[in-house]
Write a protein that binds this ligand. Structure first.
Ligand SMILES: Cc1cc2nc3c(=O)[nH]c(=O)nc-3n(C[C@H](O)[C@H](O)[C@H](O)COP(=O)(O)OP(=O)(O)OC[C@H]3O[C@@H](n4cnc5c(N)ncnc54)[C@H](O)[C@@H]3O)c2cc1C
Length: 406
């Protein structure tokens, strides 16, 4: 089989899937590239907290973007994957169902907010409980804030998404009463994903400055405008925003592809599934590690280079060349704390905190710049120039890291 008879299917048009599509198109392969997603438009997920307070986030019409790359977009919900049959089952927008065959498949179905531990009302008049995971939910939050500027806002989950949402809402709607409920404290153990003492201090100070009430404890359920905590206490809310971690899409596990206990597809250094070699997985759905970084955590920061690397792997598979390995190392973690403040925690290649931390306006500008670079990586805008000069010790790694996203 050759030429346009060969089909590369990209399942999921998020950061990872779109990057894979634009790189595959750029490589000019002699194969049909098909992107499938349930949404007609992609919107910048890492700016959803900004969108929730009326800010802007870039939207991309997936059909137009695919067409501009001579690829095909199919809007449908993927309902089944047969790895050995090399087909996926689709439910189209009109309600019909169909199958699509593939030669190579890139699984990029991402993750959704992990709310498995929490039950909530679905009563029509109950105060809304919203998962911050798409533009639709972000707009819903904004509507409530505009209608009720003195609302009690409960953010469940004290990870970076929760912190960013809490700061954004408290700053943009200062009459709201924002509470951030978190089951665990920010780690300062020096391990991957932890923060330096200065960084944790800045996060705590900023929440306090913005009037956010921080509560330690696990929220078990939300009913009729009251969240019940594990210790029995009740927290009243007018709107509750769930940001309690991310759970990978369940389709891969259901299809029999090898996954971790956390439901991520186990892939090797070429991003191919260890159980089904013609299937690749990228982004939040994939579990891999590199010699430099160790295990890669879920995030846009890893989804983008994985998308680019998956395209290189598929290109090599099609041409019979030696497969390139996925290379990645960490440089910094960016947190926005409202529009004028932020936190850049510089890290070593394994995501362990260095002493160097940026805060305040410089950090906010850098975070915004990083968000803009993600659009360039996907392929919908030109790469912006850095607005702030990074420290000399970071310059070389920064330049080197550009290769990971190329
Ligand atoms: C508010 C917020 C802020 C964040 N900030 C940062 C940050 O600063 N830095 C960082 O590194 N990460 C950040 N993240 C995490 C980051 O957004 C994710 O890691 C990233 O989106 C993962 O990309 P992905 O392509 O793997 O998956 P996704 O972006 O989740 O894309 C998956 C796609 O698959 C589609 N899909 C899923 N299931 C189906 C189905 N059955 N049928 C059809 N289509 C389907 C979805 O519609 C979606 O388009 C943030 C997340 C949030 C919510």
């Amino acid at each position: 089989m050759s030429g346009r008879d060969r089909r590369i299917l990209i399942l999921g048009g998020g950061y990872a899937g779109l990057t894979a599509m634009s790189r595959l198109a750029r490589l000019g392969l002699d194969a049909e590239i098909v992107l499938v997603d349930q949404r007609s438009h992609w919107s910048e997920r890492i700016r959803l907290h900004e969108l929730a307070v009326g800010g802007k986030a870039r939207q991309i019409d997936l059909a137009d973007f695919a067409a501009s790359l001579s690829a095909r977009f199919v809007r449908a919900r993927i309902t089944a994957l047969s790895p050995s049959g090399r087909v996926v089952g689709l439910e189209t927008a009109g309600g019909g169902s169909t199958w699509l065959r593939f030669d190579h498949c890139i699984l990029a179905l991402g993750s959704s907010v992990d709310d498995r531990a929490v039950t909530a009302d679905a009563l029509p008049d109950a105060p809304p409980v919203v998962r911050l995971e798409s533009a639709t939910e972000a707009h819903l939050i904004h509507d409530v804030l505009v209608r009720r500027p003195t609302a009690k806002v409960l953010i469940v989950g004290g990870g970076l998404t929760g912190v960013e949402a809490a700061c954004e809402i408290a700053e943009a709607f200062p009459a709201t009463q924002v509470t951030l409920a978190s089951a665990s404290a920010w780690r300062q153990d020096g391990g991957p994903g932890s923060f330096s003492r200065v960084a944790v201090q800045h996060l705590a100070n900023t929440l306090q400055r913005l009037g956010v009430t921080s509560i330690a404890g696990r929220v078990l359920e939300c009913r009729k405008g009251v969240a019940r905590m594990a210790d029995g206490a009740g927290l009243p809310y007018d709107i509750c925003v769930w940001t309690t971690g991310f759970a990978p899409n369940e389709l891969a596990q259901a299809s029999g592809v090898a996954v971790t206990s956390h439901r991520q597809v186990v892939v090797d250094h070429t991003l191919r599934s260890v159980s089904h070699r013609h299937i690749l997985a990228v982004g939040d759905l994939a579990f891999t590690r590199t010699p430099a970084s160790g295990p890669c955590r879920m995030g846009c920061v890893t989804a983008l280079p994985m998308g680019a690397a998956a395209a290189r792997t598929v290109a090599a598979l099609l041409s019979g060349r030696e497969l390139p390995g996925f290379e990645f190392d960490y440089l910094f973690r960016c947190v926005s704390l409202g529009r004028a403040d932020g936190l850049i925690q510089f890290v070593d290649s394994r995501d362990r905190p260095r002493r160097l931390v940026w805060t305040g306006r410089k950090a906010a500008i850098w975070k915004d710049y990083i968000c803009r670079t993600t659009l360039a990586t996907i392929g919908v805008s030109a790469m912006p120039a850095p607005p702030v000069v990074p420290p000399l010790t970071m310059l070389l790694p920064l330049l080197r890291s550009r290769r990971q996203y190329a």
